[in-house]
Design a protein around this ligand. Sequence first.
Ligand code: HEC
Ligand code: HEC
Ligand code: HEC
Length: 118
Amino acid sequence: MPLHALARAGLAVTLLFGLLGTAHALTLKSDAFESHRRPAVPFDHDAHNERAKIEDCLICHHGGENGVIDPEVGSEGTPCSECHEVKASGRTPLMRAYHKQCIECHRDLNKGPTTCGG
Ligand code: HEC
Ligand code: HEC
Ligand code: HEC
């Protein structure tokens, strides 16, 4: 590949990551909760997904509306609280959304923490 094409490819990759946003060490502390019963969970986003070998963002960032999940549509960068309310009868409330997504996969794979302390 000629040098300028390589440089362009490199730029495209940089732009792509810039746009999609690499999320680094996050703390799962949504402002939607008035108070927290437990210390917020540190979540080293990119390192976690690399170690867990999760490449498909939609595994966690699904879309959906009107009470129906849409596994084909992504919601990367949108906080879970945009769609999951703290009190949501008949739907998945915010705390359960976090818990269920994280813990269910850890249980299924028998890897990663499955308790509050963990
Ligand atoms: C294991 C689950 C999981 C996977 C896989 C995942 N994310 Fe996330 N991501 C999260 C959670 C949880 C948050 C925090 C959401 C919140 O604040 O409610 C988040 C937040 C983000 C944010 C916002 C960061 C910030 O600083 O607020 C971006 C951008 C993002 N993810 C992009 C991606 C992209 C792109 C991928 C795929 C390469 C991806 N995520 C894969 C769980 C995941
Ligand atoms: C664009 C809207 C939207 C966003 C953003 C979103 N969800 Fe959802 N989610 C839905 C809809 C719609 C449903 C189905 C109705 C329900 O259960 O509330 C759902 C269902 C769920 C469920 C129950 C079904 C299942 O797969 O077990 C979990 C758990 C969940 N979401 C976790 C999360 C987490 C964690 C985040 C943030 C990383 C998130 N959601 C972000 C729309 C969204
Ligand atoms: C689709 C599966 C999956 C989901 C969803 C998932 N994890 Fe994990 N997680 C893993 C795997 C696999 C490991 C073990 C990685 C390894 O081998 O080190 C892990 C490990 C961890 C660890 C141990 C330290 C580390 O980073 O390896 C923490 C903490 C963790 N996960 C937090 C979370 C949180 C918080 C969420 C929800 C926002 C989450 N995980 C969602 C698969 C998942």
